[in-house]
Design a protein around this ligand. Structure first.
Ligand code: MLT
Length: 268
């Protein structure tokens, strides 16, 4: 992992391979290791960047409020600091997708394509905001364990733990490596994120929308609607997977992503 100073924080980033740039942005409350199968696969033909967002993994949190826009600003600065001037493919899962919308709004000129995995375009309902505030209180009281207990049952398809118990353990460990302040800041940032549904029709880069068949957080029907609203977007349902499709069914996700990159990107 490299550590890159982007102003007020040091961002840790797994930076591997050479070629066109794929940026993989993790979900909540995880870190870059959720993309391990995509990092291994795509760093053979591309330059793959998989950062830990501010406050997660090995990245510091810094001061002040965290918003989805601020994470997007961090990533734009990271790409610049790495000396990358070509347009990038931004691939975000769930919270990483919330950040992708903000990246599109502010840095469209830096984007070659968008890949949205298991994410949502709507804002939180008042009940969801209240749930996040309660989880933040629990994390303050008992630590990051509370976020592992709250999130793990929702992340995987019902029988994933039986099929591959190592995912569950690795994901639990990744959550427990995080610091409470980073988790609490992200909960607040997600609760305050805007509804971007009206923006979808204006997206003009090639877009791929991927969802696990059993995703309980961003269900296939909701993601299909997102794909239908983005002009020309491709849509793929990953069989047997839940919310963590890139980790649960890596071969299927990698096939879909490879096909999209080969067919839709104007790279020779
Ligand atoms: C995620 O996977 O990033 C979270 O489930 C997003 C959320 O809680 O809205």
């Amino acid at each position: 992992m490299k550590s890159i100073n982007i102003g007020d924080v040091e961002l840790a980033v797994d930076d591997r391979g050479a070629g066109h740039v794929l940026l993989f942005v993790h979900g909540f409350p995880l870190d870059h290791t959720m993309w391990q199968h995509q990092i291994d696969e795509f760093s053979r033909g591309y330059r793959v960047l998989a950062p830990d967002l501010r406050g997660f993994g090995r990245s510091s949190l810094g001061e002040g409020e965290v918003t989805m826009r601020r994470y997007a600003d961090d990533l734009a600065t990271l790409v610049n600091r790495l000396g990358i001037s070509e347009k990038i493919v931004f691939c975000g899962l769930s919270m990483g997708g919330y950040i992708a919308w903000q990246f599109w709004q502010k840095y469209a000129d830096r984007l070659a394509a968008l890949v949205l995995c298991d994410t949502r375009a709507v804002a939180d309902t008042p009940e969801a905001r209240e749930g996040r505030a309660q989880l933040a209180d629990k994390v303050r009281a008992v630590g990051v364990q509370a976020s592992a207990d709250a999130m793990l049952p929702k992340l995987f398809a019902p029988d994933s733990g039986r099929r591959q118990p190592t995912w569950l353990n690795a994901t639990r460990e990744a959550i427990l490596r995080n610091r409470p302040e980073g988790i609490i800041a992200a909960l607040d940032g997600m609760a305050k994120r805007p509804d971007v549904s009206e923006m979808l029709g204006g997206i003009s880069v090639p877009t791929l929308v991927i969802v696990g068949e059993h995703d309980a957080i961003s269900p296939p029907a909701e993601m299909r609607t997102i794909a239908e609203r983005i002009p020309g977007a491709e849509f793929a349902i990953i069989k047997k997977a839940g919310h963590m499709s890139p980790l649960e069914e890596p071969a299927a996700v990698n096939d879909v992503l490879r096909g999209f990159l080969e067919e839709r990107m104007p790279w020779e």
